[in-house]
Design a protein around this ligand. Structure first.
Ligand code: DGL
Length: 284
C-alpha cells in the first residue's frame, strides 16, 4: 500500500486523546485515523513511570501492526514519560503533545512567565518545563498538578459550579505569579478551555490538541506522506478506526461529543503477557 494511504496512529490512555484526533481531522480531513485508547489502564496520570512506559510501548506495537505511517502519542502523561524512548525504538515519525504546546506558549508569552497544568505524573516529570527551557531558557515556568480535573470532566461536570470552585483554587497560583500564557497539559483540558479562560483574565490559554495537529500537518508535508484525494472531484474523507482495551458508556457519550459523530463501531482488543511484555491482539 502507498505509504500516503496508510493511517495515522493516535494513542491515548483513554478518551481524552480524541480531542487530538478531532483536531487532526479538522486540520487534515483526508487522513485515515486509527485510534488506540487504553481504557483498561486509565488513568495514566497517577501511575508509575515504569507502568506508563510499558503500556505505551505495547500500544505503539499494536499501532505498528495496523500499518500506521505516523504515531501520535496524544496523551500528555505518556508523552512526558515515554516519547523519547519510543522515538529511539521505532523507525516512523513520532509526534507527542508536549513540544507543540511548549512551542506555542513560548511564542505567545510577553512576560516570559508560563503556567502549565497537567496530571501528577506529567507535572512531576518536568517535561513541559524542560521543553520550554530548551526553546527559551530565560522563561520562568510555573507548574501545577490538577488531578481532580479529569474525573470531573469525565463526570460531565465541565460547567458545574464544583468545576469553577476547583479551577479557581488550582489556578490561583498563576494569578500571583503574573503568568501570561497557560498550557493545558492534558488531553481532557481542551474541553474546559473556556472555563479556564473565564478565570484567567488576560492570560492566553494554549490548547495542546490544536498545536499538535499543526505539528502533524508539517511532518506529513516534510515527509511527503500526506494522503492525496483520489481525484480532484472526489475528495473521500478519511476513516476513523477505534481500538480499545475496554469500552465504557463514558467513552461513547464523551467520545461522540468530542468527535461530533456517532460511535457505533468499536473494536475491543485483548491483552496477554509474553516474557513479561504486554501484547495486544484482535480477538478472532
Ligand atoms: N490522557 C491523560 C493525559 O493527557 C489524562 C488521563 C489519564 O490520566 O490517563 O495526561
Amino acid at each position: 500500500m502507498d505509504v500516503r494511504d496508510r493511517p495515522i496512529g493516535v494513542f491515548d490512555s483513554g478518551i481524552g486523546g480524541l480531542t487530538v484526533a478531532a483536531a487532526i481531522k479538522r486540520a487534515v480531513p483526508l487522513e485515515h485515523i486509527v485510534y488506540f485508547g487504553d481504557l483498561l489502564h486509565l488513568p495514566y496520570g497517577s501511575k508509575s513511570s515504569r507502568a506508563v512506559l510499558d503500556f505505551t510501548r505495547a500500544a505503539v506495537q499494536f499501532l505498528l501492526s495496523r500499518s500506521v505511517k505516523l504515531v501520535v502519542i496524544a496523551c500528555n502523561t505518556a508523552t512526558s514519560i515515554a516519547k523519547e524512548q519510543i522515538e529511539a525504538e521505532i523507525d516512523i515519525p513520532v509526534v507527542g503533545v508536549i513540544n507543540p504546546g511548549a512551542q506555542a506558549a513560548c511564542n505567545l508569552t510577553r512576560s516570559a512567565k508560563i503556567g502549565v497544568i497537567g496530571t501528577e505524573r506529567t507535572i512531576s516529570s518536568n517535561a513541559y518545563r524542560d521543553a520550554i527551557h530548551t526553546l527559551r531558557p530565560e522563561i520562568s515556568v510555573y507548574q501545577k498538578a490538577t488531578p481532580l480535573l479529569v474525573p470531573l470532566i469525565e463526570e460531565g461536570w465541565q460547567s458545574h459550579p464544583v468545576m469553577n470552585l476547583v479551577l479557581s483554587e488550582y489556578l490561583k497560583v498563576f494569578e500571583v505569579d503574573g503568568v501570561d500564557a497557560v498550557v493545558l497539559g492534558c488531553t481532557h483540558y481542551p474541553l474546559i478551555k473556556s472555563e479556564v479562560q473565564d478565570i484567567l483574565h488576560g492570560v492566553t490559554v494554549v490548547d495542546s490538541a490544536d498545536t499538535t495537529a499543526q505539528a502533524i500537518v508539517e511532518i506529513l508535508r516534510e515527509e511527503h506522506i500526506q494522503r492525496e484525494p483520489a481525484s480532484k472531484s472526489a475528495e473521500s474523507e478519511g476513516y476513523y478506526k477505534i481500538y480499545l482495551t475496554d469500552y465504557t458508556d463514558v467513552f461513547k457519550s464523551m467520545g461522540e461529543r468530542i468527535l461530533n459523530m456517532a460511535i457505533d463501531d468499536v473494536n475491543i482488543i485483548t491483552l496477554n503477557w509474553t516474557e513479561g511484555k504486554i501484547n495486544y491482539h484482535i480477538p478472532q
